[in-house]
Design a protein around this ligand. Sequence first.
Ligand code: ATP
Length: 287
Amino acid sequence: MSDKPVLELRNVTHEYRGRRGIFSQSAPVRAVDKVSICVERSDILGIVGESGSGKSTLAKIMLGLLAPAEGEVLLDGWPAAGMTRRQIAERVGFIFQDPYSSLNPRQTVGKIVAYPLYLRGEGTSAERQERARKILDIVGLPLRFFDAYPNQMSGGQRQRVAIARALITRPKLLICDEPTSALDVSVQAQVLNLLLELREEFNLTYVIISHNMSVIQHMTTNVAVMYLGRIVEMNTSERVFEEPRHPYTQLLLNSTLTVAPGAGVPDLKVDTAAREAMREHPSYIAQ
Ligand SMILES: Nc1ncnc2c1ncn2[C@@H]1O[C@H](COP(=O)(O)OP(=O)(O)OP(=O)(O)O)[C@@H](O)[C@H]1O
């Protein structure tokens, strides 16, 4: 087994050409700015920050969906730039926020879960179905759901399907982007606990992006705090929650969650006066 970090980002930068949805010659947006992160085997790295701080862009870079303009991504010590999408997918799986839109409504659960094996040309159809049944059992879904469609399931059950689909190819690293924020509060804990159980069973390493500080505190071993595309603080979760060093981290810990009507992901509401005070801090990043 490789003793290299499962994932390493070295000085990674990504710029978008113009503001989203605007085709004018507006200035480029530096969504990720010289980010360096090291994720060791079995770590659970939480990434926190307000909306627009660059978390999703960073997740896309980790998944090989975006190539960084500068810097390097290493998987098990190997440069991701030299890997095919498939080679990256063998190492890194993902779970997105919204189990409603991430599953094909016209496919049965069995097909959805077995599909990554089909894409990789693994096994016969019967073997793929057998593996799909096994993994559905592992994520706690009764077999009767094998022939069900996503719209016949609850949000928590659908997220279990998404987790089963991500795990069927046995990646070592799972990137979870707001894995529970679209779910009822009552099922959030079940899904989070399932992720923790699966970590033991599959020896998984996680990167968890969340607006929810209690999810981050409950789940993670390490935390990276993002602000304006940069990591302003990174430490063990214990240290980050007990002795936050950067004023932005202190702001986040004192902030509240707000949910805009109709919006899926809650946002962190940071107190304006406190934000102004933060600008006086020497480590504040001007932009
Ligand atoms: N496709 C795009 N084109 C142009 N700008 C973009 C694009 N995607 C994101 N951005 C900009 O890049 C910055 C970082 O966005 P990103 O979605 O990575 O942040 P985030 O922290 O994940 O936010 P959220 O929590 O709202 O998803 C923002 O300023 C955003 O407006």
